[in-house]
Design a protein around this ligand. Structure first.
Ligand SMILES: Nc1ncnc2c1ncn2[C@@H]1O[C@H](COP(=O)(O)OP(=O)(O)OP(=O)(O)O)[C@@H](O)[C@H]1O
Length: 343
């Protein structure tokens, strides 16, 4: 499957400026700005209640913003919601899968909603069952599926219409580690095919693994934005520890690398490091192979970044039971697929 690309290559897939939203007197989003280039993954990272789903709901035209502007694939979300809905796919926190139908029937239903001719719809369902490793289970009722299988089917249903941009709202919450990895691989494949992905997550490792850019949302404000490496690079504390056997060699190295600190008692040299491969390479080029006995890279992780930026911890991946705790809403409930948005 290849995503159709109607957006000119240089135009951002998503462009948001000054987006604000309040519910009654509760200000949920305060002037959010962000840009997502086509064919990339943007992760909106934040704890429960930060406002992530509200951003997704505005960008997918389910609700309107109070202030600011947003364009999605060139369509203004306020003036041309139909254009947005036509070109996107959305997989929400609650599954759109109808458990009374088989996997194949769910996919065919989506194909019907996209007005695919019958034969084409059948072929598309088969193609997606194969792609999502659901062929063996395709003719079984979806109520017999594991949490990971349901999530894969849900995403497959979103892809029936070959959207060029997909929104994934907390795609792996509640999945076990293996199912999370499977889903990550699927997301990577989609991006390789040119699909743009906007995902929300509470998981630092998910943002780290998947995203080209990460926006850190806390209490309705974007407190930082950048690549995962850039965000980590903002923190002091990244360093490379180089070990020696010979105090003379250590002293010589400390003399030649001015930003380094020698720890004579443990025979190590500590060199500040921004976490990039290039700075590691540069340092390696300056070390004497014969003198060095070991090397360790200490890099701050996104958890450190989050704590430093917000003053509180985000959530670490914690495998939950494979079956989602919440029942699936009836078909037609909000924010399950792009097609839902279109109805
Ligand atoms: N329709 C609504 N009416 C009133 N308040 C709402 C509504 N939708 C969201 N909120 C409030 O907005 C805030 C942000 O909610 P949102 O669902 O966007 O957060 P989130 O970051 O997606 O959280 P989670 O990770 O728990 O899904 C919360 O305080 C929530 O109670």
């Amino acid at each position: 499957m290849t995503a159709t690309t109607s957006t000119p290559p240089c135009e951002p897939a998503i462009q948001v400026a000054g987006l604000g939203k309040s519910f009654d007197h509760n200000t949920v989003l305060r002037s959010i700005d962000l840009t997502v280039p086509p064919g990339t993954v943007y992760a909106l990272l934040g704890p429960n209640g930060a406002g992530k789903t509200t951003v997704v709901r505005i960008l997918t035209t389910l609700i309107t913003a109070d202030t600011g502007t947003a364009t999605v694939l060139g369509h203004d979300v306020g003036r041309d919601p139909g254009g947005v809905r036509r070109d996107i796919g959305v997989t929400g926190q609650f599954s759109a899968v109808d458990e009374l139908l088989t996997g194949r029937e769910n996919l065919r239903l989506m194909a019907d909603l996209h007005h695919l001719p019958r034969e084409r719809g059948g072929a598309r369902a088969q193609e997606l069952l194969e792609r999502f490793d659901l062929v063996a289970a395709g003719d079984r009722g979806a109520q017999t599926y594991s949490g990971g299988m349901k999530r894969r089917l849900d995403l497959a249903m979103t892809l029936v219409g070959s959207p060029e941009l997909i929104f994934l709202d907390e795609p792996t919450t509640g999945l076990d580690p293996r199912s999370r990895r499977e889903l990550w691989n699927i997301v990577r494949e989609l991006v390789d095919e040119g699909v743009t992905v906007f995902l929300t997550t509470q998981y630092l490792d998910e943002a780290d693994e998947l995203a080209d850019r990460v926006g850190v949302l806390d209490d309705g404000g974007l407190v930082a934005e950048g690549t995962s490496t850039e965000l980590k690079g903002r923190l002091p504390g990244g360093r490379i520890e180089v070990a020696y056997d010979d105090p003379g060699e250590l002293a010589a190295a400390a003399g030649s690398i001015e930003e380094a600190t020698a720890h004579e008692e443990r025979l190590t040299l500590s060199v500040p490091h921004d976490g990039s491969l290039s700075s590691l390479r540069r340092l390696m080029g300056r070390l004497d192979d014969d003198a060095v006995t070991g090397l360790e890279v200490h890099t701050p992780d996104l958890d450190d970044v989050f704590l430093a930026l917000t003053g509180h911890a985000a959530r670490k991946a914690e495998p939950a039971p494979a079956t989602p705790a919440s029942p699936a809403p009836a078909r037609g409930a909000h924010a399950s697929t792009g097609n839902e948005a279109a109805r």
